[in-house]
Design a binder for this molecule. Structure first.
Ligand SMILES: [Mg+2]
Length: 215
């Protein structure tokens, strides 16, 4: 019995030490420098390439049809808002973010562009499904075209009435609607798990995002 108590105590101590390590707090400046280094050293692109290559290998195993489609999220998946976020010291101000979106100057994420080119060459349809507002539709389209995404089937933005439901739920409903309209969704690519929970996702390609989380 004594021996059991001893082992239980050891287990509790071990678990507590583990928790302390898990919750080690970083200085905000240090954290920002780490994030900047991650995005600017090529590590972000490398991790994107790895996730996309796994996705391509999976897609290559599928039997495709003329309605096969891949659903793309836009922000931090197709277009990068990194420069804007960095300018604000890795912060977020709604009005400034909307202003940035309306300028339509975001740069393409190179690895996602490579994936898009591969899909187009395979005659797989491309659908953009973004939480951006209807007011951002024109600048989003302009930005996508300017960055070379000229060959897509549909661009879906979020209407005012759909803003009330969670991003994940809304995206799942839209994928269901697309499927009912005849698309066969073979894969989803996004930087948030909320881009790919629920049904009708196909293969899930999750890109890294160390800037924010959308639930
Ligand atoms: Mg996104």
């Amino acid at each position: 019995m004594n021996s059991l108590k001893y082992w239980l105590l050891l287990l509790i101590l071990f678990t507590s030490c583990g928790n302390q390590e898990t919750f080690q707090i970083l200085n905000l400046d240090t954290a920002k420098k780490m994030i900047q280094n991650y995005y600017e050293s090529g590590q972000f692109d490398k991790e994107c390439a790895e996730a996309i290559n796994v996705g391509i290998a999976e897609i290559e195993k599928l039997k495709l049809s003329k309605n096969s489609a891949v659903v793309f999220d836009i922000d931090e998946t197709v277009l990068s808002n990194y420069e804007h976020t960095k300018e604000l010291g890795f912060g977020y101000v709604y009005e400034l973010y909307e202003k940035w979106l309306r300028q339509g100057n975001a740069k393409a994420i190179p690895e996602t562009k490579r994936f898009y080119n591969w899909l187009v060459q395979k005659n797989i349809k491309v659908i953009f499904l973004t939480g951006r507002h209807a007011e951002d539709l024109a600048s989003t389209k302009k930005n996508l075209l300017a960055e070379g995404f000229t060959n897509f089937d549909t661009l879906i933005v979020r209407s005012a009435q759909n803003k009330k439901i969670a991003a994940a739920e809304w995206k799942a409903l839209e994928r269901e609607r697309l499927t009912k309209n005849g698309y066969v969704i073979i894969a989803c690519i996004g930087d948030q798990w909320s881009d790919m929970v629920g049904g009708f996702t196909g293969i899930k390609i999750k890109l890294p995002n160390y800037l924010y989380i959308i639930e």
